[in-house]
Write a protein that binds this ligand. Sequence first.
Ligand SMILES: Nc1ncnc2c1ncn2[C@@H]1O[C@H](COP(=O)(O)OP(=O)(O)O)[C@@H](O)[C@H]1O
Ligand SMILES: [Mg+2]
Length: 245
Amino acid sequence: MRLNILDMTKEFGNHRVLDSVSLYLEDVRSLVLIGPSGGGKTTFLRILAGLEPITSGEIMVNDHRLSCSEEKLLEYRKHIGMVYQAYNLFPHLSALENIILPLTRVHGMTKRDAEDHARSLLKRFHLEEHAAKRPVALSGGQQQRIAICRAVAIKPEFLLLDEPTSALDPEYTSEVLDLIRELHEEGMDLILVTHEMGFAHSAADYVLFISDGGISAQGSPAEIFEQSENHRVSRFLDKVLKYTK
Ligand SMILES: Nc1ncnc2c1ncn2[C@@H]1O[C@H](COP(=O)(O)OP(=O)(O)O)[C@@H](O)[C@H]1O
Ligand SMILES: [Mg+2]
């Protein structure tokens, strides 16, 4: 994917969360955002998802110019898959119905085509035995994998994931990360916010460190995780990795 961000500022009321951010990236296939809590990662991701209008500046994502018009953002959002921390499935619908719903409601597929497509996705990701279950009958890891299936069912241009494993019990983390890796290896472009530094290191082709209202450091995983001379970054990594070494 291609990202071209020019002087982007985002304010909530008079709180400036992102201040004059510029970024140009071409051909990035997996972009990982890391950084301290409250630094603006979710806001950044929601802007790229077309869920949050910016206060000023310009953004191009592939061939789409993100505009402030709600109508155009709605159209843009149809091309994007978004996965949240967790518990984001409709509780009254089965796993299968959760995947079908956006296909028929937003993408105009017939019920029959949507169901065929949803079933083949569930099969491909070894989730078919859960098709008829409601979220409450599934583990956190299974729910999140269904949510990822729902997001990719629309064949998005790329997939945005906001800390997709941080609300899960630790034993479910790897099954979700495995699915994300598999999708990526099949050609799905990703923008991922995560605290899973091992995964970030191995799966990212480019890393942004978001803090203090902007991109405080950026580079390849090796540049960020192994050789960063930025004190904010090394302090953050020391804290996050303290008990993993
Ligand atoms: N809808 C909102 N209204 C007001 N302030 C917000 C809103 N969303 C986020 N913020 C503020 O923006 C800052 C960045 O938040 P966020 O993007 O969630 O950071 P992160 O995901 O890195 O933890 C925080 O100070 C947060 O309180
Ligand atoms: Mg966040």
